[in-house]
Write a protein that binds this ligand. Structure first.
Ligand code: AHM
Ligand code: MG
Length: 329
């Protein structure tokens, strides 16, 4: 595969490696990429919307303007729900699952997503992202049930994210390596730019919100102290996808631990921690709650939160060791 092939070409060639593949899954990923392009275009216009005087929910043309996170949610739903492969969508933006109304007998998959993550950065022109995770349905037919959604992260069929940064990128894994594509806005195509991504075994960057130091437990404090004594530097965007993506490329660790205010951490297991954990493991890294691998957790509810420590293998193991020597439970 040469650098520069389109996402669609790449997916079709990957599909040919599996005799039994029907192409339905490829179609689903192509639809996700289409939604990402629409969201990317809207994000790029967002600043301009302010300058042109979009106010009170209406733009200068009298059209209703949606908040970007709701726009992203609706775009994924509208693009994906006619797709015959999906039976339901779970989103950070919706309390309950969205059940696709006319379930095709071909409907094999459920999708879980955070349609636009990094809410504090949405209005200030800083990188944000979408995260998605796909599972094969477990129930026998008809509408999706909780057992379709509450599966261990190890059973993910595909996980990925879209980073809306200085360029828009789509990164995904289906369990055969991690591949990255960069959107060429001129031709509207995602082009293969990062094949078989590997995270460095150890990195120089640690990312954690240090404003919460007084709420941390001893283990987290010890790790951050030790990271500072080493040759590390701090970077924290406050958008999970951006912090994760930088560490994936350069090596490093991201921590959103449990603390006295958030005993379960802040991030969501099913559509934030688990998909990124699948990607990082595929790239040679690690993801843990501090007590065990993220991918081994069996979710109990849709919007469950979980502590997340993720990144380069040696850095995550170092953090785990600090947390274990100071475990209070
Ligand atoms: P959100 O789902 O409301 O956007 O929150 C998730 C975001 C992550 O992108 C980021 O890593 C984290 O919240 C930052 O939180 P904090 O501001 O507490 O450091
Ligand atoms: Mg989020």
């Amino acid at each position: 595969m040469e650098l520069g092939s389109t996402l669609t070409q790449f997916l079709i060639e990957e599909q040919w490696k599996f005799k039994e593949a029907s192409g339905e899954f490829t179609g689903l990923l192509v639809d996700i990429a289409t939604a990402a392009k629409v969201i990317s275009r809207e994000i790029n216009k967002a600043g301009l919307n302010d300058i042109l005087g979009y106010q009170g929910g209406q733009n200068v043309h009298g059209e209703q303007v949606q908040k970007l996170d709701l726009f992203a949610n609706d775009t994924f739903i509208q693009t994906l729900s006619p797709a015959k492969q999906l039976i339901a969508i779970v989103s950070e933006e919706m309390e309950d699952p969205y059940q696709v109304s006319e379930i095709s007998p071909k409907g094999k998959y459920v999708l879980l997503m955070d349609p636009l993550d990094g809410s504090s950065n949405i209005d200030v022109n800083i990188s944000i992202g979408s995260i998605f995770s796909i599972y094969r349905r477990k129930s026998d037919g008809g509408r999706a049930t909780m057992e379709d959604f509450l599966q261990s992260g190890r059973l993910q069929v595909c996980a990925g994210y879209v980073l809306y940064g200085s360029s828009t990128m789509l990164i995904y894994t289906t369990g055969y390596g991690v591949h990255g594509f960069t959107l060429d806005p001129g031709i509207g195509e995602f082009l293969l730019s990062h094949e078989n991504m590997r995270i460095p075994e150890e990195g120089k960057i640690y990312s954690i919100n240090e404003a919460y130091t007084s709420h941390w437990d001893e283990g987290t404090r010890k790790y951050v102290e030790e990271a500072k004594k080493g040759e590390k530097t701090a970077r924290y965007v406050g958008s999970l996808v951006a912090d994760f993506h930088r560490n994936l490329l350069k090596g490093g660790i991201f921590l959103y631990p449990a603390d006295s205010r958030n005993p379960d951490g802040k991030l969501r297991l099913l559509y934030e921690a688990s998909p990124l954990a699948y990607i990082v493991e595929q790239a040679g890294g690690k993801a843990t709650t501090g007590k065990g691998a993220i991918l081994d957790l069996i979710p109990e509810k849709l919007h469950q939160r979980v502590p997340l420590i993720i990144g380069s293998k040696k850095d995550v193991e170092h953090a785990e060791a600090c947390l274990n020597t100071h475990r209070e439970d």
